[in-house]
Design a binder for this molecule. Structure first.
Ligand code: NAD
Length: 519
């Protein structure tokens, strides 16, 4: 067990693609993935591969004429069967020693590590991530497995308690039961693997319901769990419409918890549905919901403005702004407002946009036609709400490309200041002073990430005290949380503050039993 002690965790290092061996490995993997484009995947219910009530295709957002994979539309009946089967297997899986579950998770980490380039390739081709963003997603999935394995090793040991005279007291952490794992498409590997790994290593049985934008990546991740030796009955896999099978999974009486990451709208719906007690249900369902953001970077007059502009550009346009942590508001002290814009715009102009599989592109497409239309509508609104400085349109080529867009002079009541856009659109707002900037940054119903750039220690203290977000960064960008270093989760409408990749994360998938024995 010492090999997995909490002190032994190290983040997986990112490979450098300027090195020939790494770029060759990626090119081979992209070719391998392309060679299996269009293959049909099955549902997996308690070990049985089966077809759904129909099929749907997932597309390459860089070139939507390419079908990446064909997937099953699971039915409500299949959702119910999956929950019943997971419930039936729970006693056996939960009784499997934690050491065994930890061993399987470490084996899964090793397989993901071996197949880094292949997973990167699927992330590039199905989610439109550029090479570096794909590498970060895959490495994060490995980190989650390694980190949660170590956390479970800690929780499996007896918790020290105050011992009463004449008694022996102990506290045991027990798994909950059947968990529904609902990840988004934007970190289709890391978030799916992190949520599933945490629940499984804690001894729960799970049903993974991936996003319909990225089901191929999800199916490949399931293969790894099974190859690592997780019993097929411990993990089922159901693709299909969130609204139909999602609702059936969440509302089933045997469902014990839901681990969701996605939009505010769907998260709140799940929370409400899970709160309704149905016939045959004997517990209060637990909901872990991580949702959207309207993340701000605050820029003080007393700072290196160019450095701040670099941080804003990276946070706003990395993965086309499709990160819950993306900076969508730059709130700038009026004394450096114009200077900030002068530093920012050349950086945005320089961003190279094109197909995600071509190495060297900074930005790829947004994930789908639907996402593209929604973002373009916001841009039209933004043009009325502020001053368009750059971008503001679709890029004329096959694929869902939107030019990186900066809209200045945006007021606090503007929709593009308040609503999550989830695309490459940055609103810039002028603040009277640092206090006013923090007040504007907090003027949102979200509270996920934020950053402040200032040299003044007093203002750093103020930001730490007043900036109401789950993940605050000082003098650096607001994206790129690392497992173990930046436990991740939001305040307010950004979620239940679950702090993925943090020391308390697994407790959400466990219940503690306190035992006192008279001796
Ligand atoms: P989404 O809410 O549309 O979908 C998320 C998942 O929910 C998908 O798997 C979808 O199929 C499923 N779903 C949809 N309706 C459902 C229902 N009725 N019942 C059960 N499941 C249902 O979100 P998305 O577009 O996939 O992801 C983008 C959103 O995720 C953004 O808002 C982003 O900020 C958020 N996000 C948050 C975090 C975080 O850690 N806070 C991380 C990544 C993404």
């Amino acid at each position: 067990m010492s090999a997995v002690g909490p002190g032994t965790f190290r983040n997986e290092s990112y490979r450098e693609f300027s090195l020939r061996e790494n770029s060759d490995s990626m090119r081979d993997a992209l070719q391998r993935a392309r060679n299996s484009f269009g293959r049909e995947s099955d549902l997996r219910i308690a070990g049985d591969a089966c077809k759904g009530g129909g099929t749907f295709a997932s597309l390459n957002p860089s070139r939507p004429s390419e079908i990446v994979g064909i997937h099953q539309s699971g039915t409500v009946e299949q959702a119910c069967t999956a929950v019943e089967a997971a419930h039936a297997y729970f006693p056996e899986w939960s009784a499997t020693p934690a050491t065994k579950r930890i061993e399987l998770l470490l084996r899964a980490a090793a397989i993901f590590r071996e197949r880094k380039s292949d997973f990167n390739a699927w992330l590039i081709l199905e989610a439109g991530k550029n090479w570096q963003e794909a590498e970060a997603d895959t490495c994060e999935a490995i980190d989650f497995c390694e980190y949660y394995a170590r956390l479970m090793a800690r929780l499996a040991k007896p918790e020290p308690l105050v011992q009463m005279p004449g008694e022996h007291g102990e506290l045991q952490y027990l798994p909950l039961g059947v968990g529904i794992i609902i990840p988004p498409w934007n970190f289709p590997l890391a978030i799916l693997v992190g949520m599933a790994a945490a629940a499984l290593v804690a001894g729960n049985t799970v049903i993974i319901k991936p996003s319909s934008e990225t089901p191929t990546i999800a199916a490949k991740a399931l293969d790894v769990f099974l190859e690592a030796g997780f019993p097929p009955r411990s993990v089922s896999f159901l693709t299909g419409s969130g609204a139909t099978i999602g609702d059936a999974l969440v509302s089933h009486p045997k469902t014990r918890f839901v681990s969701f990451t996605g939009s505010r709208e769907v998260g709140l719906h799940i929370n409400e549905l899970a709160a309704r007690t149905v016939k045959g249900q004997i517990w209060i369902k637990r909901v872990v919901a991580e949702m959207g953001g309207k993340d701000a970077i605050v820029i003080d007059a007393d700072t290196d403005v160019d450095l701040a502009a670099a941080g804003v550009a990276a946070s706003a346009f990395g993965y086309q702004g499709q990160k819950c942590s993306a900076c969508s508001r730059a709130i700038v002290h009026e004394d450096v407002y114009e200077e900030f814009l002068r530093c920012l715009l050349p950086r945005v102009e320089k961003l190279k946009q094109g197909p995600a599989d071509e190495f060297g592109n900074d930005m790829g497409p947004v994930v789908s036609e639907r996402a593209m239309k929604g973002i373009l509508e916001y841009i039209e609104t933004g043009k009325r709400e502020g001053r368009l400085l750059i971008g503001g349109e679709r890029v004329a080529r096959e694929g869902y490309y939107i030019a990186p867009t900066v809209i200045a002079d945006v007021g606090r009541d503007a929709r593009i200041f308040q609503e999550e856009i989830f695309g490459p659109v940055l609103a810039v707002t002028k603040a009277r002073d640092f206090n006013h900037a923090l007040e504007l940054a907090n003027d949102t119903e979200y509270g996920l990430t934020g950053a402040a750039y200032t040299r003044d220690p007093q203002k750093i203290r103020l930001a730490k005290e007043k900036f109401f977000v789950g993940n605050l960064y000082i003098n650096r960008k607001c994206t790129g949380a690392m497992v173990g270093a930046h436990p991740f989760g939001g305040f307010n409408m950004s979620g239940t503050d679950s702090k993925a990749g943090g020391p308390d994360y697994l407790l959400q998938f466990l219940q503690a039993k306190s035992i006192a024995e008279k001796v």
